[in-house]
Design a protein around this ligand. Structure first.
Ligand SMILES: Cc1cc2nc3c(=O)[nH]c(=O)nc-3n(C[C@H](O)[C@H](O)[C@H](O)COP(=O)(O)O)c2cc1C
Length: 373
């Protein structure tokens, strides 16, 4: 299956794969798709190492990076706050609640390591950090920079365009797509309600054709719920030039997904996710767990706005991950991660290249079946 976007992005299949795992990004780009590395939680040196590996692994192929620079967050007016200033915005009642939750589930404190990473939590979404990451990315053959949760800052768009690199953005509503078009974005990703991660309230089936019409001739990718070739074929029918996928890569062999989470994903049905502010402070689709149950309970404190919820939770999340990995029942009950409704279709661990090939082949077969009927 080829569309115009394949020539623009130098790919064999119009399938874009968002992942935080550099190995998944490399495997997808190597196999003829377009891998996009989630970079916003990374330190600059970490991104540098990841991009070195990706460019070595898929020499001559293209890939992109993904930032999160939201339009609105606590500290956005100041261009982002440092960690110490953000800490002052966290109410003691929220800290007490969280400590009580971990006690209730017998999740022990961490001893020794891990403090450095915690101290950076919540500061990865500013323009300053985004620009640092873009500067690193621009020294590699990246072909696309994507921003989530807002219009990419003009300075980033200009910098990318100066080097002939395209800029994409995720949208969950037509009015957001129009803002992105007006800002000069080259690729619009229409992300539906069913997607993993931060999502709006409109389903892909309804959102995609409206966005396609609103921003034409800018190419649109359909995102949300795509885990099979039949759904990919549907994306083309809706007017998209390709698919933007996230959840399906979380259960690949190469994915760095926590082993307990991977197992939970394999067992989960499409009813086991919810759109909740429990993890980042903005509505994001994730697996339901004791963590989301606690934050959704009206008797408990409300999640804090972005990035305070991430900052508040960082240490707790590491404790939970550690406990779950070591067989702790509490950690296993609490642990969760972002994933879309397509989790109900993720039943096997497979290599990323195989997942990509299967999507493409089933899409081809579907289109042939439809046109033959
Ligand atoms: C683990 C994970 C983290 C994500 N993080 C974000 C995010 O921070 N902001 C955002 O706008 N979208 C986020 N997304 C959404 C993806 O970019 C993508 O649009 C989505 O995964 C596509 O739908 P699907 O999950 O049904 O394939 C995330 C998705 C996943 C799976």
């Amino acid at each position: 299956m080829r569309t115009a976007i394949c020539d623009t992005y130098g790919i064999e299949m119009p399938i874009f794969a968002f992942s935080h795992s550099p190995e998944v990004v490399a495997a997808v780009s190597k196999a003829g798709g377009f891998g996009v590395l989630g970079a916003s939680g990374m330190e600059p040196e970490e991104l540098d190492r990841a991009l070195q590996m990706i460019s070595r692994e898929c020499y001559g192929k293209y890939y992109g990076i993904y930032l999160i620079i939201p339009d609105n967050f606590v500290g956005s007016e100041e261009g982002g706050l440092d960690q110490a200033s953000l800490q002052k915005h966290i109410p003691q009642g929220h800290r007490d609640f969280l400590e009580h939750l971990l006690d209730e589930y017998h999740v022990p404190p961490l001893t020794g390591t891990g403090q450095t990473r915690a101290s950076k939590a919540g500061t990865g979404i500013s323009l300053k950090r985004g620009s640092e990451l873009v500067d690193i990315a621009l020294s590699y053959p990246v072909k696309l920079i994507v921003n989530a949760l807002g219009v990419p800052p003009a300075s980033i768009i200009e910098k990318a365009h100066r080097q002939n690199i395209r800029v994409g953005a995720l949208v969950g509503a037509v009015k957001h797509a129009l803002h992105q078009r007006d800002a000069g974005v080259d690729l619009i990703i229409a992300q539906g309600f069913e997607a993993g991660g931060h999502t709006g309230e409109i389903a892909s089936m309804v959102l995609t054709p409206q966005v396609v019409d609103a921003v034409a001739p800018i190419p649109v990718l359909c995102a949300g719920g795509i885990a099979s070739g039949r759904q990919l074929a549907a994306a083309f029918a809706l007017g998209a030039q390709g698919a933007w996928t996230g959840s399906i890569w979380l259960t690949t062999e190469e994915a760095e997904t926590h082993p307990v989470v991977k197992e939970k994903f394999l067992q989960a049905t499409s009813s086991d996710t919810l759109r909740s502010r429990a993890s980042t402070g903005k509505p994001a689709r994730q697996l339901r767990s004791a963590w989301t149950d606690a934050w959704e309970d009206p008797a408990n404190p409300r999640p804090l706005p972005m990035p305070l919820q991430t900052l508040l939770s960082a240490d707790a999340q590491r404790r939970i991950a550690y406990d779950a990995k070591n067989g702790g029942a509490g950690g296993k009950q609490l642990i969760n991660y972002f994933v879309g409704q397509s989790v109900g279709m993720l039943n096997e661990i497979k290599p990323a290249a195989e997942v990509l090939r299967a999507l493409n082949e089933e899409c081809d077969a579907t289109l042939k079946r439809i046109t033959a009927e």
